[in-house]
Design a protein around this ligand. Structure first.
Ligand code: C2O
Ligand code: CU
Ligand code: CU
Length: 447
C-alpha cells in the first residue's frame, strides 16, 4: 500500500528525549517520496527517507516501537551505539516479519560518547536491498563534545548521504548482475533525501557539518569548494583536537563531524562528490565523475575576525596492550559448500557458527588483511575501536571508529576493548551487497 506525500515540504521528523526517555513509533512502510522531479517509490521509516532523527543523551533510555509494514522481514540495527547486542537491545539476529511489531528498549550508558550514529535494517540477505530502497535514519547522541564552547557556538547541519537508482516511473531500479555482485550504486546522489539542496553559511561563523554515509555501496570522496574541513569527530566520537583536511573519503557506514570556518568571499560554494574508484570502475565501465551534492551560500560578508576553532576537544585515551592478536582476511572467491563469493578467513557467513570468541573486559588487536583488488569497509558492532596501524605504519592520531575502509590490498590493525556487554553480534563489510553475499562473521563476547 502506497501512502501519498505532497511534493516538497516534507519536514523531517525529529524526536528528542524528554526526562531521560526517548519513546518513538517507527514504521517501516513503502511510501512515495519526492526526489527532484521523481515520485520515488521507496521504503521509508514513517514515510521519510532518511528516517526521523532520533536524539538522546548519554544515560537516556530509548524505547522504539517498531512496526514492519513491508512485505518482507526486516529488523533494526543501531549502528554506533554501545548497548547490549541481545534481547530488546541491538539484536541483529531478530526477525520482525511483515505485520509484526517489536519494541526495542535499552539504556545508553552514562559514559556513552557523544556523536552521530544511525539505524538501518540488518536482516541478513535483504540488507542491501532494503537500505538501497531508502531505509536508514540518523541518531544524535548529545554530550561533552556539544558543550565545547566553539562547537556549541557553531551552526549545525546534518548531512545524510544516500544514492538512489530509479526507473522512469519512480521505482527503485533493480541493479544489474554486476552491481548486485560488486555493490549496487545509483546515479541520484541525495543529501537528506533531496537533490542538491541549499544551506546557509553565516559569514565569520563556524558551520558544523555532521555527515553520514548511508549509501549501500558508494564510497564518497567529499570536498567543500575553497573551504578547509576541520575534523572534530569520527564514527565513535570526538577527537582530541581538530584535524584539518581539504577532502575526505567516507565509506558506507562511516560518519564524520567537521567544522568549517565561513571565511571566504560571499557567494555560493558547492559540496562536491569527487571521483573515487573503489576497485570496480573498470568492470562497471562507468565514468568516474565529479558532481555537486549541495550548495552552501553566504549570508553577508565575512567579518574581519572570524570565530575561532577549538584547540582542544575530548581526550582519546590509548587502549592498553592486547592480550590476543587475530588476523581476519577479507577476500572473494568460492566458499566450499556455499558458493558465496565474499569471505572472511575463507568462510561465508553462517548464522549457526561462532567465528570469534572473546573475553569480556579484554583488549585485542585485529589485523585486517584485504587480499582483494577492491575496497572493503570493515565494521564491528557494539564496541568502537582505534586504528593503530595502516600498512605497517603506526597511526599517530588516535580516533574512535566502528567502520574502517580497507583499500585494495591494504592491511589495517585495529585495537578494541570488549566492554560491558556479553553476547553475540557481528562484524562485516559495510558494502551491504558484500555482507549479504557472505562477508560477515559472528563474534561472541563471553563474561
Ligand atoms: Cu551499519 Cu552491521 O551495520
Ligand atoms: Cu553496525
Ligand atoms: Cu566488501
Amino acid at each position: 500500500m502506497l501512502k501519498d506525500r505532497s511534493l516538497r515540504d516534507i519536514e523531517p521528523q525529529h524526536f528528542i528525549s524528554q526526562d531521560g526517555l526517548l519513546e518513538v513509533d517507527l514504521i517501516a512502510v513503502p511510501s512515495v517520496y519526492p526526489i527532484g522531479r521523481h515520485q520515488a517509490q521507496l521504503l521509508t521509516y514513517n514515510g521519510q527517507a532518511p528516517g526521523p532523527i532520533l536524539e538522546a543523551r548519554a544515560g537516556d533510555t530509548m524505547r522504539v516501537h517498531f512496526t514492519n509494514q513491508l512485505t518482507q522481514s526486516t529488523n533494526l540495527h543501531f549502528h554506533g551505539l554501545h548497548i547490549p547486542p541481545t534481547g530488546t537491545g541491538d539484536n541483529v539476529f531478530l526477525e520482525v516479519p511483515p505485520g509484526e511489531t517489536w519494541t526495542y528498549e535499552f539504556a545508553l550508558p552514562r559514559n556513552h560518547p557523544a556523536g552521530l550514529a544511525w539505524y538501518h535494517p540488518h536482516y541478513h540477505g535483504l540488507v542491501a536491498e532494503q537500505v538501497y530502497s531508502g531505509l536508514a535514519g540518523p541518531i544524535l547522541i548529545r554530550g561533552d563534545l556539544d558543550e565545547v564552547p566553539e562547537v556549541k557556538a557553531a551552526d549545525e547541519t546534518l548531512i545524510v548521504l544516500k544514492d538512489f537508482g530509479l526507473t522512469r516511473s519512480g521505482q527503485v531500479a533493480t541493479p544489474n548482475a554486476l552491481f548486485k555482485r560488486w555493490g549496487r550504486e545509483g546515479d541520484l546522489l541525495t543529501v537528506n533525501g533531496q537533490l542538491r539542496p541549499s544551506y546557509g553559511l553565516t559569514a565569520g561563523q563556524l558551520k558544523r557539518l555532521r555527515i553520514l554515509n548511508a549509501a549501500t555501496s558508494k564510497i564518497f570522496r567529499l570536498a567543500l569548494d575553497d573551504h578547509a574541513l576541520q575534523i572534530i569527530a569520527t564514527d565513535g566520537g570526538a577527537l582530541q583536537k581538530p584535524i584539518k583536511v581539504d577532502e575526505l573519503v567516507l565509506a558506507p557506514g562511516e560518519r564524520v563531524d567537521v567544522l568549517v570556518q565561513a571565511n571566504q568571499k560571499p557567494g555560493t560554494y558547492p559540496l562536491l562528490s569527487l571521483p573515487y574508484d573503489r576497485g570496480i570502475a573498470k568492470m562497471m565501465d562507468k565514468p568516474l565523475e565529479t558532481s555537486v551534492l549541495a550548495d552552501f551560500t553566504y549570508d553577508g560578508a565575512a567579518e574581519a575576525e572570524p570565530m575561532p576553532l577549538p584547540e582542544i576537544l575530548i581526550p582519546v585515551a590509548p587502549l592498553s596492550a592486547p592480550s590476543t592478536i587475530r588476523e581476519l582476511v577479507l577476500d572473494h572467491g568460492i566458499a566450499p559448500g556455499s558458493g558465496a563469493p565474499f569471505l572472511i578467513n575463507g568462510k561465508a557467513f553462517d548464522h549457526g557458527r561462532i567465528d570469534t570468541q572473546v573475553k569480556l573486559g579484554t583488549v585485542e588487536d585485529w589485523v585486517l588483511v584485504n587480499k582483494a583488488s577492491m575496497d572493503h569497509p570493515f565494521h564491528l558492532h557494539t564496541n568502537a575501536f582505534q586504528v593503530i596501524e595502516r600498512n605497517g605504519e603506526p597511526v599517530v592520531d588516535l580516533v574512535w571508529k566502528d567502520t574502517v575502509n580497507l583499500e585494495a590490498y591494504e592491511t589495517v590493525k585495529i585495537r578494541v576493548k570488549f566492554s560491558d556487554y556479553a553476547g553475540k553480534t557481528v562484524y562485516h563489510c559495510h558494502i551491504l551487497d558484500h555482507e549479504d553475499q557472505g562477508m560477515m562473521g559472528i563474534i561472541e563476547m563471553r563474561a
